[in-house]
Design a protein. Structure first.
Length: 157
């Protein structure tokens, strides 16, 4: 019988783990699940989330206004967005981009402090940018386009 250390391999290689999963020290796979989500897996890849994060960070830094994104379902997207805005971080100085894919709707609102720069015309530019990408079936591009266009319009002289 040979002597040496016992090497145990995990049931799944770390590089083969699904998005949102981690291999614990005991070898167990721990997976994140979105509360109440009807789908399997996250709607965006890790790279998609990085792209969205980079877009939001750039917009926030350029405008000094908090940008928030909401993706969900609603019987009444207008009323839902109006109710969501006050619950977002820094609501008074923020822009909320709310997308309702199943209702084929996008609603964008701004808080009171941001409203002088995030006017209705500026927010409409964001809607227009998003609708173009949504029409091609690209949710992430629509959201990032809306945020970028709104931020650029807010900092333009």
């Amino acid at each position: 019988m040979a002597s040496g250390d016992v090497i145990q391999r995990p049931a799944i290689a770390p590089e083969n783990l699904p998005h949102g999963a981690a291999l614990t020290a005991s070898g167990r796979v721990s997976t994140v699940r979105v509360l109440g989500a009807p789908f399997e897996g996250a709607p965006f890849t890790e790279q998609d989330l990085i792209t969205l994060d980079d877009t939001l960070i750039g917009a926030i830094r350029a405008t000094k206004v908090r940008f928030n994104v909401y993706i969900g379902d609603a019987a009444d997207p207008v009323a839902t967005t109006d109710a969501l805005l006050p619950t977002t971080p820094d609501a008074e100085n923020s822009v909320l981009v709310a997308v309702y894919p199943n209702q084929r709707s996008i609603e964008i609102r701004s808080g009171r402090e941001a409203a002088d720069r995030a006017t209705d015309q500026v927010l409409q530019l964001g809607v227009t940018a998003a609708v173009s990408a949504f029409g091609q079936g690209n949710l992430l591009d629509g959201i990032t386009s809306a945020v970028s266009v709104i931020a650029n319009a807010m900092v333009a002289p």
